[in-house]
Design a protein around this ligand. Structure first.
Ligand SMILES: Nc1ncnc2c1ncn2[C@@H]1O[C@H](COP(=O)(O)OP(=O)(O)O)[C@@H](O)[C@H]1O
Ligand SMILES: [Mg+2]
Length: 322
């Protein structure tokens, strides 16, 4: 694995006001990295320095080992999908035309574009026959956001930058689109930086999470590392503010009761074994290394499988439902 995006002593001031004092971070190729923090902590500014909507005051952002500023700006932008909270679809263009904007610019043949549009719409559960010719105003907020995501990934960019993309959506649309991001990431293996202020969202999505406070990266680690080993009160409080900690002590069989067992993974997929009386915390640890865990009884007989997705689904439900 190689480093895809690196911040090297990056600082940023607006006028005389320092916003990012000294940021250092290496994001690996194919990683889904979540930047989480309160409002005003510098998440958007950090993200914009990756696709050069902002330039660092000092230091460098490296993309694939080369300074971002050494790439032709257009080439850099085209290699990076960018998704914002208020995705502005082009109002006078159809859904299909909106999705095809970048492939059109790249002069992808018409036939291929049509095929791509249908493939992508199907992926987000929107029937192409019904949706390709609709106008943005004929879509719900969640549907518009889905098209916005498709537009950003239509040319299969190696990098995707997302800035609180689901902030304005209802919880159900939000959960659906989070799953979509996980599925797309699994399929495309692109490098993603996902910005949110929502710790639950960060835990659900992140391979690793960076917690920002006041322009500084306070801690970087896997969800499990942060849960088990917060290095500051801020991180501990931020973590417990959303992810109710007692939930990690619940036995795995509660999750199974709520979510059922997963279909058995390919026999080639590696798993770890846990008993259904083990805690969710143990499952969490195991699932940071594997996509599935095998649940066994006292006699080591297989009861079934539990996927990472199921655990996150369970965790993302409001407590009353659990
Ligand atoms: N263009 C700008 N000019 C002046 N200050 C800015 C500008 N953009 C952001 N800031 C300030 O920088 C800080 C970080 O902002 P931002 O990166 O947007 O935070 P976040 O995305 O975490 O909410 C805030 O204090 C904000 O007011
Ligand atoms: Mg922001």
């Amino acid at each position: 694995m190689s480093t895809a995006i690196e911040f090297q002593h990056v600082s940023k001031s607006f006028g005389d006001t320092p916003v990012i004092p000294d940021m250092n971070l290496a994001i690996e190729e194919g990683e889904l990295f979540v930047l989480v923090g309160t409002s005003g902590s510098g998440k958007t500014t950090s993200l914009k320095m990756v696709n050069r909507l902002e330039e660092p005051t000092d230091g460098d952002v490296l993309i694939n080992g080369k300074k971002a500023k050494s790439y032709p700006l257009q080439q850099l932008r085209w290699s990076m999908g960018y998704i914002l909270q208020q995705i502005a679809l082009f109002p006078t263009m159809t859904v299909a035309q909106n999705i095809a904007v970048i492939p059109e610019m790249k002069k992808v043949p018409k036939k291929e574009i049509n095929r791509l549009v249908d493939e992508l719409l199907t992926k987000v559960a929107l029937d192409p026959a019904k949706y390709r010719d609709r106008m943005p105003r004929e879509l719900s907020g969640g549907e518009q956001q889905r098209i916005g995501i498709l537009r950003a990934i239509a040319s299969k960019p190696n990098f995707v930058l997302m800035d609180e993309p689901f902030g304005a959506l209802d919880p159900l649309s939000r959960a659906t689109l989070q799953d979509l991001i996980l599925d797309l990431h699994k399929e495309l293996h692109n490098t993603i930086i996902f910005v949110t202020h929502d710790m639950d969202e960060a835990i659900k999505l992140g391979d690793r999470i960076g917690i920002m406070g006041d322009g500084k990266l306070l801690q970087v680690g896997t969800p499990t590392e942060l849960a088990q080993n917060p290095t500051s009160d801020f991180v501990r409080d931020f973590f417990s503010s959303s992810a109710d900690k007692s939930v990690y002590q619940t036995p795995i069989n509660h999750v199974i009761q709520a979510e059922g067992y997963a279909t058995a993974p390919d026999s080639s997929e590696k798993t770890e074994q846990l008993q259904d009386t083990d805690t969710l915390q143990a499952a969490f640890v195991a699932l940071s290394g594997y996509d599935y865990i095998e649940i066994v009884d006292q006699q080591q007989e297989t009861l079934g499988f539990l996927s990472r997705k199921q655990v996150f689904q369970y965790l993302s439900k409001p407590q009353k439902v659990r």
